[in-house]
Write a protein that binds this ligand. Structure first.
Ligand SMILES: Cc1cc2nc3c(=O)[nH]c(=O)nc-3n(C[C@H](O)[C@H](O)[C@H](O)COP(=O)(O)OP(=O)(O)OC[C@H]3O[C@@H](n4cnc5c(N)ncnc54)[C@H](O)[C@@H]3O)c2cc1C
Length: 481
């Protein structure tokens, strides 16, 4: 056990990181920026990074100044909680907690995702089968509402409706400025088992069994995700926290993590430091760096190591969108332009093979990421026991699987805008699932409201954003305003 994991060695008091004074100054700047926006204008975030994929209407309007809310305020290693600014990135958050042998309960894979963004936008990771989603670790949140008031939302306080309605509201009720969240102990390393499957039904059954038992073949499982390369080649990766010394792999240079999963049969073992495990998908943006040539060994050798990261690929995506680079290259090769299909969807675990079978037939994209999730039990006191989080109504005691696919498919002349995305949306609805709303969506208004708690949101809007200073969820996610 490392000294910092040793309970005897723990500092007994809250450890300030960014500190209260810096937070208070950041909050004052945010409030001043809200007041500076004309009363008849929309209120938006002015934020340097984003992990939203859907296109948004361009605007010159001044936004909310959140740059002072990007730090961890303090960490309480004994209570295993952290007090964190709303736009603190997970990269900075994790860097502050790991020295205490602690980590956020769920660490979304991309370093620039912020805590506030993941709580309002439904982040997920390989701990989600046992730890739920990022918003379930929140004990309390300060939120600047659409009405310009900073309120504290807790599960049992006067703003409990906002606490439960905030996840999946995507900034349509207000912006979290500060969050107190649970942390969990980690160890120095994560030992990995990559289990190969030739049959997706078998993968589904094994995933279900591991989620139920928290173990596989007699070994505990702390982290669980999977990758499908084809019907015949899929893997579950089972991670176990450990302090045992031993060699570790490094996928931040020439070697590419997702390729390391692939093997002919059975189980392949590997080990990473906990830090490298948490960021294993950021280096190559899962596998999406392939599109920029970053996995070609000749190019990779010359690629500065510090630019092997998702935030840099975002810049390349922005350039591609601005200049249509991908479509122009395709045209030169005589190929049709592409339709971007960048989505995360979720269906019940029993439907995962149905979805994958359909997807592999219809949508020419691989690999595909799988990540099981279950709501934490029990839900916080004060929650509706059957529908704790109304804007993204997952059911308690049920296992779901998030399926991620991020690429493009060829677009045929005369084809309806977003054809593949619409087909996927329809299939997900047929299977009773949901889509994450960070990317394009095409739902009709009634279906959208039925899926994403429309009446609950309307009620919350009337209380926390009565003048409609913030966009509505449908306008933001489907109408792309
Ligand atoms: C290709 C791709 C892959 C992804 N993969 C994953 C994944 O594997 N795991 C995962 O967890 N997530 C993933 N995401 C989704 C991501 O977690 C969400 O889009 C999340 O909302 C992004 O957070 P952000 O901090 O970057 O916020 P932004 O992108 O800046 O904003 C996202 C939305 O949240 C709102 N928002 C931002 N900050 C706040 C705040 N403090 N309070 C209230 N509202 C706020 C914004 O108004 C906006 O509507 C992926 C997204 C993409 C595009």
């Amino acid at each position: 056990m490392s000294a910092r994991n040793d309970p005897q060695a723990r500092t007994p008091t809250t450890v300030p990181i960014g500190g209260e004074a810096a937070y208070a100054e950041g909050l004052a700047r945010l409030e001043a920026s809200y007041r500076a926006i004309p009363a008849e204008s929309r209120v938006r975030l002015a934020k340097k990074t984003s992990n939203l994929f859907r296109a948004r209407a361009a605007t010159d309007a001044p936004g909310l100044e959140v740059s002072g809310l990007g730090a961890v305020v303090s960490i309480d290693p004994d209570a295993r909680t952290a007090d964190v600014g709303g736009v603190c990135t997970y990269q900075d958050f994790v860097a502050a907690t790991l020295p205490f042998g602690l980590a956020p309960t769920v660490v979304p894979q991309l370093k620039t995702i912020t805590l506030g963004g993941a709580v309002t936008g439904m982040g997920i990771e390989s701990s989600s089968f046992r730890a739920g989603l990022p918003h379930e670790a929140v004990r309390s949140m300060d939120i600047l509402t659409g009405a310009g008031e900073v309120v504290t939302a807790t599960p049992d306080g006067p703003n409990a409706d906002l606490y439960f309605g905030f996840p999946n509201s995507y900034g349509t009720l207000g912006y979290s400025t500060r969050l107190t969240v649970d942390l969990e102990p980690v160890r120095r390393f994560v030992e990995l088992r990559h289990v190969r499957f030739h049959d997706l039904h078998e993968l589904q059954a094994t995933m279900d069994a591991v989620v139920g038992a928290g173990a596989h073949d007699g070994e505990p499982v702390d982290y669980l995700d999977g990758v499908v390369f084809s019907r015949d080649e899929a893997y579950l990766t089972l991670g176990r926290k450990t302090d045992d010394d031993g060699p570790v792999s490094d996928y931040t240079g020439m070697d590419v993590y997702y390729r390391s999963l692939q093997h002919a049969d059975g189980v392949l073992r590997d080990r990473l430091t906990t830090h490298d495990y948490l960021w294993r998908w950021d280096t190559d943006w899962f596998w999406c760096s392939r599109a920029f040539g970053a996995q070609n060994p000749r190019i990779r050798r010359m690629w500065p190591k510090h630019l092997l990261r998702s935030s840099f690929y975002w810049k390349l995506v922005a350039l591609d969108r601005r200049w249509d680079i991908g479509d122009k290259l395709s045209a030169r090769k005589g190929e049709p332009p592409g339709e971007r299909v960048v989505q995360d969807i979720e269906v019940e675990i029993g439907k995962i093979t149905d979805f994958l079978d359909w997807f592999l037939d219809e949508i020419p994209i691989e690999p595909i990421w799988l990540c099981p999730l279950r709501l934490r039990e029990p839900a916080p006191a004060g929650a509706d026991p059957e529908r704790p989080w109304p804007l993204y109504p997952l059911e308690p005691r049920r296992t779901y699987v998030n399926v991620g696919f991020w690429s493009a498919v060829p677009k045929q002349p005369g084809q309806i805008d977003g054809r593949a995305n619409r087909l996927i949306e329809k299939r997900v609805s047929e299977l009773g699932g949901h889509k994450s709303l960070y990317s394009e969506a095409f739902y009709g208004r009634d279906e959208f409201d039925a899926l994403y708690g429309g009446p609950d949101l309307e009620q919350l809007k009337s209380r926390y954003d009565p003048a409609g200073r913030l966009l509505g969820l449908y306008d933001k996610t489907v109408r792309r305003q």
